[in-house]
Design a protein around this ligand. Structure first.
Ligand code: TRP
Ligand code: SF4
Length: 402
């Protein structure tokens, strides 16, 4: 197979305007990755549809608002391809083909399936599309043959099922006819007993992902004295799928959990109502920070406090120097400073961080045509790559009628 430079792919469900949690948790990482790898980043509008199919009126606007915030945060179309999932319909064809080989149990066992149904009780998520959420994500990843997928902890299971689906696909369709024959013949040369053992171990690894079986089989091969080197290599290759790898298995690139707390000390999230949107008016940002809760023990200005019990302290971890943090520790525990004094460096830090982002967002928001052009170009480039993969997939599955 042709060697690609390492390729990174990631997507974000289109949920509208983004907040500081997205910035520290995802976007800063994308901005860094875009300089190190070939990056594809997309708005997962079909994934948004899996939970919001009843009201689709807001989907388009949510996509544009989100993309504007990506651009404002420094995700650069000169370095990364930015696109919209539904503008690359190849994702849907691959999703369909993969659905043929994906056991229902794999999807039912993905933890997010039941969790989300529990969490979003008011929606009816007993749909075909929602069950297929992780498989659509697999198609998103595999269609670009991405080697790395930056995601948070909650998405690791989706990358894992992607690896399993890829392995199964390669197992079913990646073998070249005479490669398999040669490998089978080589196995026989180990003698009846060893050949049988080899086949069993191989099956256990390929169908159940049993890594112990893989190790045992490898050891078995190492021990063989009377087979040729070529045969040994065939048997090693055959063990792990062998033959052609049409869809390479991706790795999750775990994004360290965002240290960005919300205004109440919990994780920043729209559903907790504790966010600072990237495009929030500076006066509102300041107001939100001035009124955010502090250590409840500091009822009066003269009451000493404990920074570890205060959400403002968590913000100092993100925005303040060691020196300022020492000033906070000393001033808080001795009631030497008031909470508003303490908040000021955080307010300054956040306003300084947001100012250039807001400015760029305003430019893009005022020039939607530019944003559309960026997305159209990105989608075309993505599509060209997706088509190549799909061609190989069709060929491997014998669906390339000529
Ligand atoms: N499921 C992801 C999320 O909720 C979004 C997503 C869709 C994605 N397709 C993807 C992420 C492919 C990485 C790769 O955040
Ligand atoms: Fe929190 Fe600072 Fe007030 Fe202490 S002084 S309670 S750390 S805001």
């Amino acid at each position: 197979m042709a060697t690609h430079p390492p390729r990174v792919l990631s997507g974000m469900r289109s949920t509208g305007r983004l907040h500081l949690g997205h910035y520290h948790g995802v976007l800063k990482n994308w901005v860094k990755l875009q300089h190190e790898y070939e990056c594809f980043f997309f708005a997962a509008d079909w994934h948004a549809l899996t939970t919001h199919y009843e009201d689709t009126a807001g989907i388009e606007e949510n996509v544009w608002e989100m993309v504007i915030d990506w651009l404002a945060a420094g995700v650069n179309p000169g370095h990364a391809r930015l696109f919209i999932q539904s503008k690359v319909p190849e994702h849907a064809e691959l999703h369909l083909l993969l659905s043929m080989i994906t056991p229902l149990g794999w999807l039912e066992r993905v933890p997010t399936y039941k969790d989300q149904q529990e969490r979003l009780k008011e929606r009816d998520l007993a749909t075909y599309g929602f069950l297929g959420y992780p498989l659509l994500q697999s198609a998103d990843i595999l269609i670009y043959r991405a080697s790395m997928v930056p995601v948070g902890e909650d998405q690791v299971a989706h990358v894992e099922i992607t690896r399993e689906v890829a392995r199964r696909f390669n197992h079913l369709y990646g073998r070249e006819p005479d490669f398999a024959e040669k490998a089978e013949a080589a196995a026989k040369k180990m003698g009846k007993k060893n050949a049988k053992l080899y086949c069993e171990l191989r099956k256990r690894y390929q169908e159940q992902g049993d890594h112990e079986a893989l190790e045992t089989a490898r050891a078995l091969l190492v021990d063989q004295q009377n087979i040729t080197l070529a045969d040994r290599e065939r048997l090693f290759g055959y063990l792990e799928g062998g033959g052609r790898i049409v869809l390479p298995e991706p790795q999750a690139l775990l994004t360290p959990a965002s240290k960005m707390p919300g205004l109440d000390g919990q994780k920043m999230s729209k559903s907790y109502n504790n966010t600072i949107p990237l495009r929030e008016d500076p006066q509102v940002v300041e107001q939100k920070l001035r009124t955010m809760p502090t250590d409840p023990a500091r009822v009066r200005r003269t009451d000493p406090g404990t920074p570890e019990r205060c959400p403002v302290w968590q913000l100092h971890q993100v925005y303040s120097s060691e020196e300022v943090r020492q000033w906070v520790q000393a001033g808080c525990t001795s009631a030497g400073i008031g909470c508003l004094d303490c908040k000021q460096p955080v307010i300054d830090g956040i306003l300084a961080e947001l100012a250039p982002i807001r400015e760029r967002a305003e430019e893009y928001a005022g020039n939607r045509q530019l944003v559309r052009n960026i997305i159209n170009e990105g989608s075309e480039a993505a599509r060209a790559e997706a088509r190549k993969t799909l061609e190989e997939v069709r060929q491997a599955m014998r669906l390339d009628y000529r």
